[in-house]
Design a binder for this molecule. Structure first.
Ligand SMILES: C[S@@+](CC[C@H](N)C(=O)[O-])C[C@H]1O[C@@H](n2cnc3c(N)ncnc32)[C@H](O)[C@@H]1O
Length: 194
């Protein structure tokens, strides 16, 4: 759970890893107390590799950005403006460092518990949601997205079968048109349209 909260007290052990996503090279600083500090999460990779980039539009919000992988990759590939939020201040700090490290300047990274500090609406919201933070937070993120999407906006997310993908899809269908874009090793990449 430590990775989901502000954790300045947790001893720092900054690291850096390099990876390729969709043929582009990226380098990420990570640290103790952030999600997936040693490598690019497989669910995040499946989400990124199956995102319909041409549908994202000109303004994207990455919810629960961690140290910044999703927003940074999207900004590099699409060149659109990306806002990135997380509740974890250490993750926010790393995401800002990583934007610089990967020469991304079209991003705005700020602390927010779910959408509390989010004032804008977006063409797309993307999330690898914080399952371990509990259902209430996950539902606040995926259902709250509706109020931060422009008309025709879309929410994209990834969730694992054994984390409750099927029941989440059932619930999402009550509010959105839901399409499963990809199933890979138990991970579902889901597109929700208004
Ligand atoms: C599964 S991780 C994904 C991190 C990153 N997007 C990635 O794909 O590597 C979920 C992220 O959600 C953040 N988070 C947890 N609770 C949150 C909340 N209430 N509001 C915003 N972000 C939250 C965590 O700090 C964590 O960075």
């Amino acid at each position: 759970m430590g990775q989901y909260f502000s954790n300045e007290k947790l001893k720092s052990n900054r690291k850096q890893y390099d990876t390729q996503v969709l043929g582009h090279h990226f380098s990420f600083y990570t640290d103790n107390g952030v999600f997936c500090k040693d490598y690019l999460d497989f669910g995040t990779r499946v989400l990124l590799e199956n995102l319909p980039f041409s549908e994202l539009g000109e303004s994207v919000l990455d919810v629960g950005c961690g140290y910044g992988v999703i927003g940074i990759v999207i900004s590099k590939i699409v060149g659109c403006s990306v806002d990135m939020i997380d509740v974890n201040l250490r993750a926010i700090h790393l995401a800002k460092m990583n934007a610089k490290e990967n020469e991304i300047d079209n991003v705005h990274i700020f602390e927010s518990n779910c959408y509390r500090n989010v004032e804008k609406k977006y063409t797309s919201i993307i999330t690898n949601p914080p399952i371990r933070a509990g259902k209430k937070v996950v539902y606040e993120i995926v259902f709250g997205a509706k109020d931060h999407l422009l008309e025709d906006g879309k929410l994209f997310l990834v969730i694992r079968k054994d984390q409750g993908a099927k029941s989440l899809i059932n619930d999402l269908q009550k509010l959105y048109n839901v399409e499963v874009l990809k199933r890979d090793k138990g991970f579902f990449v889901i597109k929700c349209s208004l």
